[in-house]
Design a protein around this ligand. Structure first.
Ligand code: SAH
Length: 388
């Protein structure tokens, strides 16, 4: 049975340590500092991330004395869901309340053979891409590792996905305890994409710690192919990422040359296309089996969608073993762009296809609840544009 207590980060007492965002290494260090054995870290990790427990009292294989000690100094707190919206196509969007009037959005996208959770990494975004509604809200702060993994934890809890402690489900529990992995037949969230609010590579350490938990067998046990970081291209961080946590990658390229990209992705002025693609080549270095490489390309009428642009893109990517995702632009209030016509998108796709690429047009999901790409807004108390 999952606990129904309503612990939320916004009510968190600052004196207590929130263990929700601790990966295995961090958890082991925490227990070692308490003078406890490392296996305690595995036990607590499983209670939190496989059984969805947020109350130390329920951790029945931990001694009474230790449970009491933990309750005195630590807590397991996630943000509170303040709104849940369901779209006609089954997509669910949650608005989660953080501190100081901020909130973030997380989206669950069910498909026939998988379920994808789209997770935010920052409150707002500082990159200011012209076609993105999150950008229009400005930037407040990075999310902590707890706030990032909490989105998966809360979604699992809401979708009733944690292994049950009920008698009937004892087999699942035993299997889970033995293998350390949730029963895959039960799993509804099979993939996680960091494509929500924010630029994940500008919140490197917290994102990496949360991803460790996604991949960790004693937590969610997802494979590297099923966890994707989407980035506008923070080149030095890509290099670091390869060493520390080489999951699947989606690059928000959106343009076949620097002239166009400078206009729509301002970060390009700092890290132009050649540097970015070189970093991608280094990231994958012949290894695209364990992880996937996707190029994202938002289709903006009259900006980046001509046949010449398609041929230019095909030539640009020729040394990279990538799949190309064409994303129809999702409009939002006051956006200055329009989506390319469907015929234009299809022609663009055909040119790439004939050049030998796997190019797909991303199906827009959750449109009726503003849950599509670039529409996630939450509530951001903007600090980036404050006039002092
Ligand atoms: N900062 C990261 C992740 C967030 S955006 C990044 O840039 O990749 C996730 C994806 O949605 C990116 O490819 C982004 O460019 C795309 N996107 C943003 N706004 C959009 C919009 N209005 N319509 C369609 N796609 C959009």
């Amino acid at each position: 049975m999952n606990s129904n207590s309503n612990n939320t980060i916004s009510e968190s007492s600052p004196a207590k340590i929130n263990l929700l965002g601790y990966d295995l290494a961090h958890m082991k260090a925490f227990f070692s500092e308490m003078g406890e054995k490392p296996f305690r870290a595995v036990q607590v990790l499983k209670w939190i991330h496989q059984f969805g427990v947020d109350d130390f009292a329920q951790m029945s294989n931990v001694s009474q004395a230790l449970r009491k000690k933990l309750a005195d100094i630590a807590e397991i707190k996630a943000p509170e869901i303040i709104m849940e919206q369901k779209a006609g196509d089954g997509t669910i969007k949650w608005l989660m309340r953080l501190d100081g009037g901020n909130s973030i959005e997380t989206v669950f996208i069910p498909e026939d053979n998988r379920g994808t959770l789209c997770v935010s990494s920052q409150v707002g975004c500082a990159l200011d891409c012209g076609f993105c509604s999150t950008a229009k809200q400005g930037f407040n702060r990075n999310l902590s590792s707890a706030e990032i993994i909490a989105q998966l934890w809360v979604a699992n809890r809401t979708l009733n996905q944690f292994a049950s402690r009920d008698e009937d489900d004892l087999a699942v529990e035993k299997k889970s305890a033995l293998s350390g992995v949730q029963d895959s037949k039960r799993r509804v969230i099979t993939n996680v994409v960091l494509m929500g609010m924010g630029e994940p590579l500008l919140n490197f350490d917290n994102v990496v710690e949360a991803i460790h938990l996604m991949l960790e067998d004693h937590a969610y046990g997802l494979s590297k192919r099923r966890v994707t970081i989407s980035t506008a291209g923070v080149v030095p961080a890509l290099k670091r990422l390869r060493e520390e946590c080489d999951v699947s990658l989606a690059i928000s390229l959106h343009a076949p040359n620097d002239k166009i990209r400078d206009q729509i992705v301002p970060l390009n002025k700092k890290y132009p296309i050649k540097e970015l693609l070189d970093a991608c080549q280094y990231y994958f270095k012949g290894d695209t089996k364990k992880k996937q490489f996707t190029i994202e390309y938002v289709m903006l009428a009259g900006i980046n969608d001509s046949e010449t642009n398609a041929r230019e893109l095909a030539a640009l990517l020729k040394k990279l073993p990538c799949k190309i995702n064409l994303i129809p632009f999702n409009p939002f209030p006051d956006s200055e762009f329009a989506c390319s016509k469907i015929q234009t998108i299809n022609r663009f796709k055909d040119i790439l296809y004939k050049a030998g690429y796997v190019a797909v047009v991303r199906k827009t999901r959750g449109e009726d609840i503003d849950a599509a790409c670039g529409q996630l807004a939450g509530k951001v108390i903007d600090k980036s544009r404050r006039v002092i």
